[in-house]
Write a protein that binds this ligand. Structure first.
Ligand SMILES: [Zn+2]
Length: 420
């Protein structure tokens, strides 16, 4: 007999307020207070970052409870959503999913589909039927897509954790009182076991959001214990409602897939091996573009202004350089554009200037004579070889990433990467 019930929710927040993590944290506490045991950590599952319907982070919450039927949880989930979701806001379409036992392989694959592509409610309903799940919907109920995917998520390959502290209701919308110096200190002591705490380039604190949502702060890291330790180092000058540690697919690159240029489509996130075809160009807005080619086609790669110094790596590229690019693909009127998250420079072409040599006898100027070589104007010395000046390249081979402030939730920071 199955002794596990999966519960997931998604699309409970609006663009302006609310927060799926808050609903998740409340749900967890409400279920515990009814006497049930939670199995493992609740999950914060990021889904396709390019989804046009997403609110801020396109995140769903899932948790597993020790229980042998899901009926008792229908009321708990409904009451939490009806109390806290932004139901009156158009475009907030909460969905909840309850599953007895473990997801089947079709539901597991559905996670990858929703993460890397776009899905529809009809598709979600078919998967739900197979798995005999209970669906709860509010408004358009689009949230069932992400909720189902969150249950199907396989985090055994790679995962990180995030500790999220939520604010007391009376503080929502006010300035967050977290001492920035204590964040820098925490970062110094725990990075890279915690990551994205600060943006070293801009000096910004990254753990506190700037939206009116109930999140006070979120610390990301590789283990729950380092997060507890990091949290204790912070100086917080407002009461905290509660904090919750989630296991998550953030910082794992799970959204990326290795592709050929001919196979890319709108809204996928791709890894492409190719050769730089055109010299990168800066636009008036400070964005940098270049054309990449592989044996199947060409695509425009972009490093936008917010990627700051990362753009200097990109502008250092020359036609013929071999690179691997990582990023989200968008269909633009002029064709597909890949928005760079990372770039690996694998080989650099030699850059050189070929010109007429200086005369070795009289140091006079030599002149090209047909295809056979060069001759000196004054002493008539002949040379068959031109002078070749090697130009030093401004960049080196290696892998480079956009700064923390421009990084997507799902992107794996290089500090966590060991296999490049
Ligand atoms: Zn000469």
């Amino acid at each position: 007999m199955d002794k596990k019930v999966w519960i997931a929710v998604d699309d409970t927040d609006s663009k302006k307020a609310g927060c799926t993590t808050y609903i998740g944290a409340l749900l967890l506490r409400r279920i515990k207070s009814e006497g049930y045991n939670i199995i493992g950590y609740p999950r914060l599952v990021r889904l396709n970052p390019n989804c046009p319907y997403k609110t801020r982070g396109n995140a769903a919450i899932a948790l597993a409870v020790e229980a042998d039927r899901f009926e008792p949880f229908e009321d708990i989930v409904s009451s939490v959503i009806e109390e806290y979701a932004e139901l009156e806001v158009e475009g907030t379409d909460p969905g909840a999913v309850l599953l007895l036992g473990e997801p089947d392989h079709v539901l597991r694959e559905y996670y990858w589909h929703v993460l890397r592509d776009l899905s529809t409610k009809d598709e979600a309903k078919k998967i739900a039927e197979r798995n005999k799940v209970r669906l709860l919907e509010w408004n358009m109920g689009r949230g069932i897509i992400g909720a189902l995917a969150a249950i199907g998520a396989d985090l055994t390959r790679d995962k990180t954790y995030e500790l999220i502290a939520h604010r007391k209701r009376e503080y929502w919308g006010t300035v967050r009182s977290v001492d920035p110096e204590s964040v820098w200190e925490m970062d110094r002591k725990t990075y890279p076991l915690t990551f994205d705490n600060v943006d070293r380039e801009t000096g910004d604190i990254r753990i506190t959001p700037h939206t009116p949502c109930p999140v006070l702060l979120g610390i990301r890291g590789v283990t729950p214990s380092i997060l507890e330790e990091a949290y204790r180092m912070l100086k917080i000058y407002e009461p905290v409602e509660f904090y919750t540690i989630f296991e998550t697919n953030q910082g794992t690159d799970a959204h990326l897939q290795l592709m050929k240029i001919k196979d890319v489509k709108d809204n996928v996130s791709a890894i492409i091996d190719g050769v730089v075809k055109s010299k990168p160009r800066f636009t008036v807005g400070g964005h940098v573009f270049f054309t990449l080619e592989d044996e199947t086609g060409e695509i425009t790669c972009a490093a936008y202004e917010p990627t700051k110094n990362f753009r200097h790596i990109v502008t250092g590229l020359e036609p013929g350089d071999k690179v691997t690019v990582y990023g989200a693909v968008k269909k633009k009127p002029q064709g597909f554009t890949l928005n760079l998250e990372k770039i690996q420079v694998k080989s650099l072409v030699d850059l050189k200037i070929v010109k007429a040599p200086t005369c070795p006898v009289c140091s006079g100027k030599m002149e090209k004579i047909g295809k056979i070589g060069y001759t000196c104007r004054s002493c008539k010395t002949f040379s068959s070889k031109p002078e070749v000046i090697k130009i030093e390249r401004k960049i080196s081979c290696g892998i480079y990433e956009v700064p923390a402030s421009a990084r997507r939730h799902l992107s794996k920071p290089l500090a966590l990467t060991t296999n490049y």
